[in-house]
Structure formats: structure tokens, C-alpha cells
Design a protein around this ligand. Structure first.
Ligand code: ATP
Ligand code: LTN
Length: 333
């Protein structure tokens, strides 16, 4: 990796096929960033087990997520693309950082509150300390920028606080990372309940578009999207469903809200939903094709993630030994 460029880190959980929300809010921005930055992208499997996972399914989803990452344009030679569990430094650093994180801070995390309400039978310690592991992911590489959707803003803020606290206590060391949140599409909403974010783990299959859905499925899901009774395509408060569709259409076509309102002036929601569905399906088509090709070459995928993990470990081992020295552990060598 070239040294003078700034460093990007981001991660995505292998909890299922990426949704249109993951794509617009995060992953779509990752490939173009490779032009300007050194990029490190991880399939964060350690994070995924904070909710109950069937082992065979997790393994399958993990391979698929890795192939999807490459299909979305991540170049495994230019960037580092790897599985989080292949680099033990993340978990090791997480322990040290957890001793610089307050119980009260973690208790305020809205994702923890949401997920513990949703998985009331399994409110495990990992779910609680999840944001510390995320801070470790970022700080282990001294990343400058973290491209994420709006729902991760609070976690990033915590990572910044942990870095600053560590720096105050032990002397300047960690880079305090900035978020990189898109202006448009940072929070794509569920098609069935547009006040809730679109999520991989939604039980209702009509609520989210998966980036591997075929054109018919995508068009059908948009056709069924919940809207309102006004039958007028305009962006306005209280029109959550239509606002969401306008945002999606805008981020797929590059058209502004005004242009979209003009385009559909006098037309009904049926025409608009069809146009959104087709724009999304056409934009995702090349990803589906590339994904199928990559999944047919497991040996290539293995070569990529093995090399990615080696490069990742080389960076973080240095960070970790410096951290251990700073906190006062006896040198191992
Ligand atoms: P899960 O449902 O399993 O919690 P998720 O769909 O929320 O998963 P993550 O793997 O947690 O997905 O998130 C990966 C990235 O996608 C993050 O940067 C996150 O902010 C972004 N993201 C997730 N959902 C959306 C959404 N609806 N709109 C925009 N960005 C999103
Ligand atoms: N918590 C994130 C995934 C994630 C992440 C990271 C994102 C784990 N580690 C480091 C950016 C940087 C989520 O999307 N739920």
C-alpha cells in the first residue's frame, strides 16, 4: 500500500445478502474511494455472532459476502479485503479498549437497545460490547475515514471517544477517525414500514431489496411498497414511503428531487414505482453477473482473502505491540 494516502476502513456483517440499504448507504461508495485512498474492507464475522447464527449458514453467508464485496468493485490487490476472524488483533485490541470504555457509554447505544429488544432471549455480553470491537477494527489500522450509513454514526462517535481517552491517558497514539456518511441515501427505509431502516435481518422479504434479487422480484417488491393516499410524487414531510422511493431513485439515476417531481408530474404511483424498480434492477444487474462468476471460482476467492488477512495482520501486529508497551505489559521479545 502506498504510504502518503489516507486510510479508509469499513466493515459489513455476513448476516445475509446485502440489501439495497447496505449498498446505497455504504458499499457502493467503497469502490470509488479506492482511487484516492488506501482502503481496508472487512467481512466482520465476529460481530455477526452477537446474534444467534447457525454455523453452516454463517459460513455460507460469509463466503457470499466476500464475493459480493469483490462484485461491488473492491479490488483485492489494490485494497485489503479479508475476514475479521482471520486477524486476531481485532479481538485482542478490543479487550484493551474495553478497559477504556464505560458501562454507561455502552448502555446508551441505540443499536444495543434495539437489538436487545429484538433478541430478548439472547442479550449476551458480545452484543453489549459490540461497539468496542468496532472501535478496535478501526483503530488497529489507524484509519482516517470510515464510510458508513447513518445508523453507525453513534458507534463511530464512541470509537472517537475511546481513541481520545486512550491518547490522553497514554500519550498521542491513535488516529481519531472521521465518518464518511453519504448526503443522499445514508438511511434507506424499509419498503413495508418506511419509518424503520431497511435491514438484512427483516423477517418480511418484501421489506427489503437484496442486491442479488432478479429484475422481476425487484419490480414486484417496489410495486408493493407502502406509500400514502395522496397519489402525487413529491418529497414532503409525512410522506415517508414516497420520500424513500424518491431518495432511492435519485441515488440510482443521479437525478435531483426537483427533476424527479417534474418527471412524474401528473403520473400516478404505479408509474413511479415501476421506474424506481427498473432503475434499481438495471443498476444491480452487473453485480449479479460478476457475483455469479466469482462464486464459480472459490480457489480465487480463497487466494484473495488469505492474502488480504496476511496484509491486515502485518499492519495490526505493529499497532498491538505498541499498545501493549504503552499500557505497561512486559515485552514478549
Ligand atoms: P443487520 O440487519 O444484520 O443488523 P444491517 O443490514 O444493518 O445488518 P450491517 O452489516 O450492520 O447491515 O451494515 C453494513 C453497512 O451498511 C453499515 O455501514 C451500515 O451503516 C449500512 N447500512 C445498513 N442498513 C442501511 C440502510 N438501511 N440505509 C443505509 N445504510 C445502511
Ligand atoms: N457495526 C457495523 C459493521 C462494522 C464496521 C466496523 C463498520 C463493524 N466494524 C468498522 C465500519 C468500521 C455495522 O454496520 N453494523
Amino acid at each position: 500500500m502506498e504510504n502518503e494516502k489516507k486510510l479508509i476502513f469499513s466493515g459489513i456483517q455476513p448476516t445475509g445478502t446485502f440489501t439495497l440499504g447496505n449498498y446505497i448507504g455504504a458499499v457502493r461508495n467503497w469502490a470509488p474511494l479506492q482511487e484516492e485512498y488506501n482502503c481496508i474492507y472487512s467481512i466482520v464475522d465476529l460481530h455477526a455472532i452477537t446474534v444467534t447464527q447457525d454455523p453452516a449458514t454463517l459460513r455460507k453467508h460469509s463466503m457470499e459476502a466476500y464475493a459480493l464485496l469483490l462484485a461491488c468493485g473492491i479490488d483485492p490487490k489494490r485494497s485489503i479485503a479479508f475476514f475479521q476472524s482471520h486477524n486476531p488483533s481485532h479481538a485482542e485490541l478490543s479487550w484493551v479498549l474495553s478497559c477504556a470504555t464505560q458501562f454507561g457509554e455502552l448502555s446508551r447505544m441505540t443499536q444495543f437497545k434495539d437489538k436487545s429488544a429484538k433478541h430478548a432471549d439472547n442479550i449476551n455480553a458480545g452484543l453489549f460490547t459490540y461497539p468496542v470491537l468496532m472501535a478496535a477494527d478501526i483503530l488497529a489500522y489507524n484509519a482516517d475515514l470510515v464510510p458508513i450509513g447513518a445508523d453507525q454514526k453513534q458507534h463511530l462517535e464512541l470509537a472517537r471517544n475511546i481513541a481520545q481517552r486512550f491518547n490522553q491517558r497514554y500519550g498521542d497514539f491513535f488516529t481519531v477517525p472521521d465518518g464518511y456518511i453519504p448526503k443522499l441515501g445514508a438511511r434507506v427505509m424499509s419498503l413495508q414500514n418506511p419509518t424503520k431502516k431497511m435491514s438484512k435481518s427483516d423477517e418480511n422479504p418484501n421489506a427489503c431489496i437484496l442486491i442479488l434479487d432478479d429484475k422481476d422480484t425487484i419490480v414486484r417488491k417496489f410495486k408493493r411498497a407502502v406509500t400514502d393516499s395522496e397519489a402525487c410524487v413529491r418529497y414532503a414531510e409525512g410522506k415517508d414511503g414516497i420520500n424513500n422511493l424518491i431518495t432511492i431513485y435519485s441515488s440510482m439515476t443521479g437525478k435531483t428531487v426537483e427533476e424527479i417531481e417534474r418527471e412524474f408530474d401528473g403520473k400516478g404511483y404505479g408509474d413511479f414505482k415501476l421506474a424506481v424498480g427498473e432503475a434499481v434492477a438495471d443498476a444491480l444487474e452487473p453485480i449479479r453477473t460478476e457475483y455469479a462468476k466469482l462464486m464459480g471460482d472459490k480457489a480465487y476467492l480463497k487466494e484473495c482473502y488469505t492474502e488480504g488477512a496476511e496484509r491486515a495482520r502485518r499492519i495490526t501486529q505493529r499497532t498491538l505491540s505498541k499498545v501493549y508497551r504503552k499500557v505497561g505489559f512486559v515485552d514478549a521479545r
